[in-house]
Design a protein around this ligand. Structure first.
Ligand code: PEP
Ligand code: MG
Length: 544
């Protein structure tokens, strides 16, 4: 029995046999060739095959993980058609009379190096993608397929790391869990695993692949991050018990559908869901969420190659509001910048983008762009119960500017004889220590607060949320964070506003009672956590 400790990125447990993911690396050698046109034709044919494969992967991803997550494969298709990339390959074949595989491999490496050297986490992540497409083209030239499709029964897939396309290509029905030597919890693979509801552990360490083999029995515990190879009888039966009890818990949770989120002593709380796209509404309804507590509108912008128009945005917001009928829908205005970048915004490179021109700062510095979104939101408001929420607030003056813009938008709509609801709730995210500290001043200006614990943690503890090296310093239960949340709750209530939490911490059930005791009114979590949080709420007794 060997135990490895990694980081669980999706809480679930798997017991089963290992399948070591074999990337059929083709050894690329430099070969002198005579007929350069024939080599260029080989690249062209391989590229066409690769595009067909990526298209298939994209469609699979659309079905399994939704549009926002599938978007990475659209980027792959764009990259494969990129003029600079293709010209570099052709020039190398012609200029150096080398074989196609070598030209594609070297060009892929050069582009990856170039992306890695850009001081921007989004661009750095593109290095993996360009290597991924180059390997695919080379594999297509050599008729090589990765050994992932022919899995016999469900298995635990172990790999050094998995590219997003590899993750999605795996037959979901045959994957028990993912375990990788490397990776960070914010990597695309981790996000995809979470969205596919597959137990996943990352970062178990380089050595593990040399110590395991196909068919070995293993336990992957996505709750604790523990991966155990060849467990002894006792460990195995304990894991099987845990597995059974998880399955029972899941089945029991289904019985909570339609039940109230109420504590034993009668305190009611709202449990809403976080979404990034209209495609997620099915999951929200299926899991019986009371509303949408965070609709990350920036995905609308990230999915496009140009600013979405007022009409395009209006249609999306209207659809969400209509689908949720009378349930509340809180749409967060554009939170772009830092790790979320879209080229057409032409944002300047910043030394510290997380502390830079992001979210509300960008919107206030581009009021005409911001007003397009506000107009779309106000127009959609007549189709349901809308709340609008503003991210990354740090000051009263920002909120004054927002109010002035909202007034302008309302006046313009009135002048144009366009209807809007007069009961829209306006709120702000508490995701900077500044906002929490001056929450007494901000509360009278809003209907609600929603605590973004992901950023509040990053900014309070000075821990870049994208940086795997500081993950261990990122104590989400840190007293400073809990005090800031409590302070915000007290100030919200003092001024008649309600307060929710929409960051990942809202789903941390070890804190549910603490949040309820602080007076938190709403918890907004990923759809698949709604019933779990409901279950915990229903067992809490606040009178004790
Ligand atoms: C947060 O910061 O907690 C939050 C919900 O916003 P995002 O994760 O989109 O930055
Ligand atoms: Mg945030």
């Amino acid at each position: 029995m060997i135990k490895y400790q990694g980081k669980g990125v999706y809480g679930a447990i798997a017991v089963g046999k290992i399948s070591v993911f074999k990337r059929q690396d083709v050894q690329v050698k430099r070969v002198k060739i005579e007929d350069t046109s024939a080599e260029i034709a080989r690249v062209k044919a391989a590229k066409e095959r690769a595009i067909m494969q990526i298209q298939e992967i994209y469609e699979k991803a659309l079905k399994e993980v939704g549009e926002a997550n599938a978007q990475i494969f659209e980027i792959h298709m764009m990259m494969i058609e990129d003029d600079d990339y293709n010209e570099a390959i052709v020039e190398m074949i012609q200029g150096q009379s080398v074989n196609a595989e070598y030209a594609v491999a070297v060009t892929g490496d050069n582009f990856a190096e170039m992306f890695s050297s850009i001081d921007d986490s989004y661009m750095q992540a593109r290095a993996v993608d360009v290597r991924d497409i180059s390997n695919r083209i080379i594999a297509c030239m050599n008729n090589v397929e990765n050994e992932s499709q022919g899995l016999d029964g469900k298995q635990i897939i172990c790999a050094d790391d998995l590219a997003p396309s590899e993750t999605v290509s795996l037959d979901k029905d045959k994957v028990l869990a993912f375990v990788t030597a490397h990776g960070s919890s914010n990597s695309h693979t981790a996000i995809l695993a979470r969205n596919m509801n597959i137990p996943a552990i990352i970062g178990v360490g380089e050595q593990f692949l040399s110590q395991i083999k196909d068919g070995d029995m293993a336990i992957a515990d996505g709750f604790t991050g523990e991966f155990i190879c060849n467990p002894d009888e006792e460990t195995l039966s304990a894991a099987k018990k845990k597995l059974e009890s998880e399955a029972e818990k899941k089945a029991l949770l289904q019985k909570l559908k339609g039940k109230e989120n109420i504590t034993l002593d009668g305190r009611k709380i709202n449990i809403y869901a976080n979404i990034g796209s209209v495609d997620n509404i099915g999951a929200v309804l299926l899991n019986d969420a009371g509303g949408i507590g965070l609709f990350r509108s920036e995905f609308l912008y990230l999915e496009n190659t140009d600013y979405p128009t007022e009409e395009e945005q209006f249609k999306v917001y209207k659809r969400v509001l209509e689908s949720m009928a009378a349930k509340k829908v809180i749409i967060r205005t554009l939170d772009i910048g830092a790790d979320k970048q879209a080229e057409y915004f032409n944002l300047d490179k910043e030394e510290n983008p997380a502390l830079g021109l992001r979210a509300i700062r960008l919107c206030l510095s581009r009021p005409e762009m911001f007003k397009v979104q506000l107009r779309a939101l106000y127009r959609a408001s007549v189709y349901g119960r809308l709340g609008i929420m503003f991210p990354m607030i740090t000051s009263v003056s920002e909120l004054e500017k927002i109010h002035a813009l909202c007034e302008q938008v309302k006046n313009e709509l009135t002048a144009d004889h366009i209807e809007y609801s007069d009961s829209i709730e306006l709120g702000i995210m508490i995701e900077t220590p500044a906002a929490a500290i001056i929450s007494d001043k901000l509360a009278p200006m809003v209907d609600f607060f929603s605590v973004g614990t992901n950023d509040l943690t990053q900014y309070t503890l000075a821990c870049d949320r994208q940086n795997p090296y500081v993950e261990n310093f990122c104590d989400t239960h840190h007293e400073a964070i809990l005090r800031l949340i409590e302070m915000s709750a007290q100030n919200a209530h003092k001024h008649g506003a309600w307060i929710g939490i929409c960051g990942e911490l809202a789903a941390d059930t070890t804190l549910t009672e603490t949040f309820l005791r602080m007076g938190i009114d709403e918890l907004s979590v990923s759809p698949s956590f709604v019933l779990k949080v409901r279950d915990v709420v229903r067992k809490i007794d606040l009178s004790k």
